[in-house]
Every structure is written in C-alpha cells, then in structure tokens.
Design a protein around this ligand. Structure first.
Ligand SMILES: N[C@@H](CCC(=O)N[C@@H](CS)C(=O)NCC(=O)O)C(=O)O
Length: 231
C-alpha cells in the first residue's frame, strides 16, 4: 500500500552541509529515499530559495504546502511520519539520549565552530576569541564522550538518530578544525575514536561523507579558495 504521508517530500541542499547530510541519513534510516535537491535559484540568497525557506539556510524541506527548516526539526518531522521505522522509539532513554547527542552537536560543537569560520579568512584573527571557542568546543567533545555507549553505534547495538546527527558533524569538523589546532577530534576520547573508526566505514555514511567532501572541494575550487586540510 502506498503511504501517502511520504509522497511529495523534497529536501533541498548539498551533502557537504552536515545538517543536510543528517536529514538524508535520517530519511535513509527510516526507509525513505530522499536525495537532496539543488537549491532553487542556485543559491541560498536567491529569491526562489527564500520563497521556500525565509531563513535562507539549508536544509529545507517541502512537503505539500508545508515548509520546514533546521536540520533537527526536519529530522523530527520525518520521524513523526515514519514512527514504525524509528527503532529509537522502542526505548525512551535511547530516544531522549539521541536528541541529547543532536543538541550537543548543534549547540556545543557546531555552535562553537560556526563563529570561527570568518576567522579563517582574517589576516590577524583575534586569538583570544579563537581560544575561547576552541576551548568550549573541546568541552563539548568531553561531554559527548560521557554520553556515548561502548558501541558499536553511538548509543549501543543499533543505528539511531544519534549516529545520523553526529556522523556528518564529525566528518565536517575533522576537515575544518585542524586549522584551529585540532588535528584529530577523537584524540583523548576513546569511545568517540572507536565509534568514528566504525561508522565512517559503514554505508550509507561512507558514501555520504565522500559526496560531501567532493562537493566541498568543488565549492572551494569554484570560489577560488585554497584547499582546506587537503580538500
Ligand atoms: N541551524 C541550522 C544551520 C544550517 C546552516 O548553517 N546551513 C548552512 C550550510 S552548513 C547554510 O545554509 N549556509 C548558507 C548560508 O548561510 O547562506 C540547522 O540546524 O539546520
């Protein structure tokens, strides 16, 4: 029987965004084939994209006449659409911990990295500011380490939301944080290290990371930007 709740879903953005990759991996986990589509108008600032998502950031989701933005909100919606495919729901503690991991990623990892992005282009960036953000980022990693299970997945024996939120962020940040003195994010975090060595070899994670890295490289070439950490 066709599930009419999942027809006409459109996800916009590129896999090089860890927020887009999270939505794609969540859809995949729920048995949905929801490949990200290019942003209408070719750019997040285009009027065509702003008409879809006034926030002007990817990912954006369209489902019929509903528009949604923000990666975690989009994932929540997809999970509401497919509750019977969401293994996390069998255990309220796992379900809550999955959301906690996503929140740690958004607030304490990405939330401390994003303000560092402009620093990369400055000739004499504010070193005190950088240190404050990098220290807070390191605190986020330490908190994360206390939440992770021994594995093989983030929270135990099965793939869950935590893996979909954390995987793309760790891949993206592994490319970007060396610039700020963190060569390997997993150093000093044995559970994160073991989990990362495992998940990066699993499909569809491996393919998603390869696609995101290829897009990032192409983006930097197209915009005349120097390679970053080999990309
Ligand atoms: N808080 C948003 C962040 C999304 C975000 O920052 N997306 C970036 C790509 S990683 C973006 O759209 N940047 C384009 C722009 O700002 O114009 C979320 O959780 O989805």
């Amino acid at each position: 029987m066709t599930d009419n709740r999942i027809e006409n879903l459109h996800l916009y953005g590129q896999m090089m965004s860890p927020f887009v990759a999270r939505a794609f991996l969540t859809a995949h986990r729920l048995g949905l084939d929801l490949k990200p589509e290019p942003v209408p108008g070719g750019d997040t600032s285009s009027p065509e994209f702003r008409a879809i998502n006034p926030i002007g950031r990817v990912p954006a989701l369209i489902h019929g006449d509903l528009w949604l933005a923000e990666g975690e909100v989009i994932c929540s919606y997809l999970r509401e659409l497919r509750p019977e495919h969401d293994a996390d729901r069998a255990n309220p503690a796992i379900s809550a911990r999955g959301r906690l991991v996503a929140r740690i990623v958004d607030l304490y990892l990405m939330g401390n990295y994003i303000p560092l992005i402009p620093m990369r282009r400055q000739e004499n960036p504010d070193q005190d500011f950088i240190k404050t953000k990098v220290d807070a980022f390191k605190d986020g990693l330490s908190v994360l380490e206390t939440v992770l299970s021994p594995g093989p997945f983030t929270l135990g024996a099965s793939l869950g939301h935590a893996d979909c939120a954390l995987g793309p962020a760790i891949d993206y940040l592994s490319v970007n944080m060396p610039h700020f003195g963190m060569a390997d994010l997993t150093d000093g975090h044995p559970k994160l290290k073991t989990w990362w060595a495992f998940i990066r070899e699993q499909q569809p994670f491996m393919a998603v990371f390869a696609e995101g890295r290829a897009e990032l490289r192409a983006y930097r070439v197209a915009h005349g930007l120097p390679p970053i950490n080999g990309l």
